[in-house]
Each structure stands twice: as C-alpha cells, then as structure tokens.
Design a protein around this ligand. Sequence first.
Ligand SMILES: C[S@@+](CC[C@H](N)C(=O)[O-])C[C@H]1O[C@@H](n2cnc3c(N)ncnc32)[C@H](O)[C@@H]1O
Length: 285
Amino acid sequence: MSTSIFSKAAFTSNYERMTGNCTRIVAAEMVRIKSPLITSSSYVLDNACGPGIVTEQVKLLHPETKTLATDLSPSMIEEVQKRIENDNWGNVKTDTLDVRDLSKLADNTFTHVLTNMGIYVPNDPSASLQAIKEMYRILQVGGAAVTSMWADRVWLSAFYKTAMMIRPHEEPSNMLTVDPEVLRGSWLLKQIEDGGFGNNAEVRPFATSVSATSLDELVENMMLAAPMLFKGYSEEELSQVKPVLREELTKLRTYETLEGGAVRIGMKAWIGVGWKKGDEKEVPL
Ligand SMILES: C[S@@+](CC[C@H](N)C(=O)[O-])C[C@H]1O[C@@H](n2cnc3c(N)ncnc32)[C@H](O)[C@@H]1O
C-alpha cells in the first residue's frame, strides 16, 4: 500500500486545485496522532470533511478503519461519495451535518474526531467553541479531538496586493478577512480548553504549503478563487487580475521554485489536540 499523502485523485476537484495540497499535508500529520493511535478498530469522524481529505489519509493508513465524513455542504458530501466509489473506500459513511450541531451523533461514540480547517465559521463568533463542545461530547473517554487552524494564509496577501493594484483607492472588501486573533495558536488552545478539554489540550505549529507543477498551473488554480475575491469587479478589471496576481505570487516571502519547475507557497498552520480523559472538570491547584 502506498504511504504517499498525494493520492492519485489529487486535484480532481476545484477545491483540491485551489488548496493545492495545503490541507492534505496538514491532514496527513493529524492522522499520525501518537496517542491514541488510529488503528483499524478506531472510529473516526472527519468533521467538516470537504471532499474527504482527512478520510483519504485515514484510508491510506488503515483501509478498514470505520469513518464518518460530515460536512454542511451537500456538494462536498457528493465529492466524498465519488471517492468512496472510485477509490473503493470501505467502512466510510457520510452525512450532511453542521460542526455546531452534531446532535444526530450520540455521546461517547468516536475514538477520534478530526476537524481539518473546519472549526472557524465566518460571521459566527460562537461557532468554534460550540464545535469543540460537540467534539468533546461525541468522543469516547480515552479518545482525542485533533483540530487544525491557519496561522497565516500567505497567498491571500497576493490577492490583496492585486486588488490594490487594480483599485488603488479602495480597501479590498472580499478578502476572506478574519480577526487576526483567530490566527493565533493561543486562540485555538483556548477553544479546546474552554470547549471541555480543560488541561488536556495542546497546540503546536505545523508547516504546510500550496503547490502546483508550474507557476502557470498555480496561477490558474488560484484564479478559481477570483470570482469570490473580486466580486463586483468589471470585466475590464477582471482581465487585469491574472497577470498582476502572477507577479504578486512570485513576490511572496515563502514562494519557492522547486526542481523541475514546480512551485510552492509555504504556509503555517496550528494543530491542536484535546484528550477526553474524564478528569477535565478537576480544578487545577
Ligand atoms: C477549508 S474546508 C476544509 C475541508 C477539509 N477538512 C480539508 O481537510 O481540506 C472547510 C469545510 O468546512 C465546511 N463547512 C463550513 N461551515 C461548516 C459548518 N458550519 N459545519 C460543517 N461544515 C462546514 C465547508 O463546506 C468546507 O468543506
């Protein structure tokens, strides 16, 4: 069995092209949790699963592991269904569920709840804490919740600068803005602690990257985000985006050209773990 994190289905969807492996690299690390290990007898929830990136990594480690993949977006669940069929994933079920309300899932069910870049819900400041509380509730005692969040989104500043070049007198408004506080490791740790895990929590940094086989491909992949980020721009303005973006991407502090012309943009993520041990309510002295 291949242990490569880059499955043959990589980049089949727009989501995968846009993310350029950056969430897959984090997912591959998350599933390698040391305690408790994911084994063939684990029961894993891939929470806010997108097209099933975490599930894919679980299946690469242990094809038999029972896995539930859930997301609020039915189109993402359709992507997972396609992977189940095309890649013969056994023991994987799906459901359309909101990370904030997993009430369809019983208490003390899963050995692992993995939430890769799915804890932050825009315009809902209480979502992340609610999501962690739900993860805690559905975990078995002895289980662990592994949750990731961005520390930075380096590529986004290329879009920001592109927007400023095209509309120099207007602050870009659609830039997926988040409160900088949310990008701090201390923010993620607090959510995990306050969501029920108390002292049984830790957060560490982890390096990842967006990659493509060439700069041309990277630009094309990134351009998939343009309709979202340049809403309201005229056709004339939109036609300027690609060349400016191309230039700005190459100026990013973590932009690199690799052997063979492949390119990547380094990024930093946080990976947090909360362990449900049963002693979380003890008041530390
Ligand atoms: C950045 S993607 C991460 C996807 C995947 N976990 C990965 O590793 O690439 C965030 C996902 O969260 C989903 N999502 C957004 N809000 C959600 C919510 N309230 N409940 C469940 N899923 C949600 C989106 O549909 C999207 O698939």
